[in-house]
Design a protein. Structure first.
Length: 492
């Protein structure tokens, strides 16, 4: 049956959705959620059907196309397209099997991941896939197969020779070690192409912070040129279509804060595998308000990362670090970028904890290459940082990626003061991150917090605990209201 295209002027964010009038749907015996094949003379795409009960929204004889479908079919308003019923993807059966506890094969996982990548599944079907893995778990074979499927259904960038990489599983505000480790490693002569993420629930991701200094949305060709010339890059992985199913799965996990272990492992390793990394350092922060809360969880996760790495031909080393409080002083894109530059320049304002952790990680990566003995890596990393070579390398990377105009901190500020004498016993990572986000981070690059006091610091009445920065008064007032309920500091 043929229909005339109506442009709904709505984007779904990925899922391929079309709309038929209820009378046309009844004629074709179609229901909401059914799959239909929509095609013209040049292109065809399988879409998920929605139904309009209003002829004003979609009249009889018309088919409403969301922006994603219009783009795939390359059609305009008024074009005639043909519609045919098609069954649900085979992957839906595999998701149902997993819900019943079946172990899935590579082919079955590939079907699911490929359909997620190409937006052939509804949000409900993707949610059941996430829930099935969360409830029944994934064995090591499934995780390795899922990792391979994520890589094979996306883009890959091949770099020759010894390729280093690092990843932190997240949860700690201000943990911007990547932007220090990468220039140190590159200055030492090793290749380390870093694809990073944007913030999901944190005040800044590495890509958000690097974007304050340089462009991070780049083509594969540009990335290869930058890496060939300077041994490194720090770019947004999302723009590269590397393991694209990963981001779509994360979108489903996010509303319920579900982070199934198998999908976390596959997610991390797929991103590394897709850029040819063969020596990978994994940072697992441990603390009350991060993903890994105790040593038993940390040791288990460390074992799993190493097992998967071995199956994929990667040399993986896992370190467990302190995740009990924010790292550095700045929380928010520009404030975190300032911390990084302070460390690279050896400035008095450089946060010692950020510097110390970055040197430890860079030293560990250097030793993983086999070129340095145990204990020698940190010394070499320190020499590179203190000599200014790391800062020079960072300047080269920034210039090659495209230097950004200098940004300013939010002009609306609020000082949060201590109201008693004592010592900082704890800082709540979740509360600190929440305040920074309410203030506008990461969308407002100049928004966030600057911490003056850390755990174990002594404080007295009137001391400033942290400054809040916002780019408009409304967001600052929202942050101030939240702070009245919880400052995020435990003092006694």
């Amino acid at each position: 049956m043929k229909f005339r295209v109506k442009d709904m002027d709505i984007a779904t964010g990925g899922t391929l959705v079309v709309i038929l009038n209820i009378k046309d749907a009844h004629k074709l015996d179609l229901r909401s959620g059914d799959r239909i094949l929509v095609k013209n003379s040049h292109h065809q795409v399988t879409c998920i059907l929605d139904i309009s009960e209003s002829k004003k929204a979609v009249p009889e004889g018309a088919i409403g196309l969301m922006e994603e479908v219009l783009d795939r079919l390359r059609v305009r308003k008024g074009t005639i397209v043909e519609v045919k019923f098609t069954g649900k993807p085979e992957s839906v059966k595999h998701i149902r099997d997993k819900l019943y506890g079946k172990h899935l094969s590579y082919e079955e996982l590939y079907h699911i991941i490929d359909d997620i990548t190409h937006d052939r599944l509804t949000d409900i079907e993707k949610t059941y896939f996430v829930a099935a893995g969360f409830i029944n778990g994934w064995n090591i074979e499934e995780i390795v197969d899922m990792t391979r499927a994520m890589v094979e259904t996306g883009q890959k960038i091949k770099f020759p020779g010894l390729i280093l990489d690092k990843h932190c599983i997240g949860g700690v505000p201000g943990n911007r070690t990547t932007m220090l480790v990468i220039p140190i490693i590159a200055a030492a002569g090793f290749t380390i192409p870093k694809t990073s993420s944007r913030a999901i629930t944190s005040p800044a991701g590495t890509a958000d912070t690097m974007e304050c200094l340089a462009k991070v949305e780049m083509s594969e060709k540009k990335i290869k040129n930058v890496v060939k010339k300077h041994k490194a890059c720090i770019v947004h992985g999302g723009s590269m279509n590397l393991a694209p199913a990963d981001d779509k799965i994360i979108d489903v996990e996010h509303p319920l804060s579900i982070d199934a272990e198998g999908q976390l492992l596959a997610s991390v390793m797929a991103k590394k595998y897709s850029v040819s990394a063969n020596h990978v350092l994994i940072d697992i922060p441990m603390g009350k308000q991060v993903k890994v809360k105790n040593w038993n969880q940390a040791k288990h996760l460390r074992k799993m990362f190493k097992l998967i790495g071995k199956r994929l031909g990667m040399n993986v080393k896992v370190i467990v670090t302190d995740g009990s409080q924010p790292i550095g002083k700045g929380i928010g894109p520009l404030l975190e970028a300032m911390d990084v530059l302070y460390v690279l320049r050896g400035a008095p304002l450089a946060p010692p904890d950020l510097r110390k952790k970055a040197l430890f990680m860079a030293g560990t990566l250097l030793e993983m290459t086999g070129k340095y003995k145990k204990g020698q890596g940190s010394q070499v990393a320190r020499e590179i940082l203190d000599s200014g070579k790391a800062y020079q390398k960072m300047e080269q990377i920034i210039s090659a990626q495209g230097k950004q105009k200098k940004l300013k901190l939010g002009e609306y500020t609020h000082l949060v003061k201590c109201t008693k004498i004592g010592r900082v016993q704890a800082i709540d990572n979740e509360v600190i991150a929440k305040i920074a986000r309410i203030a506008g981070a990461p969308d407002d690059k100049g928004a966030g917090l600057y911490l003056h006091k850390k755990v174990h610091d002594s404080v007295k009445n009137g001391d400033c605990l942290y400054d809040v920065y916002a780019e408009n008064k409304f967001k600052l007032d929202l942050a101030k209201e939240f702070i009245k309920k919880n400052k995020g500091y435990l003092i006694s």
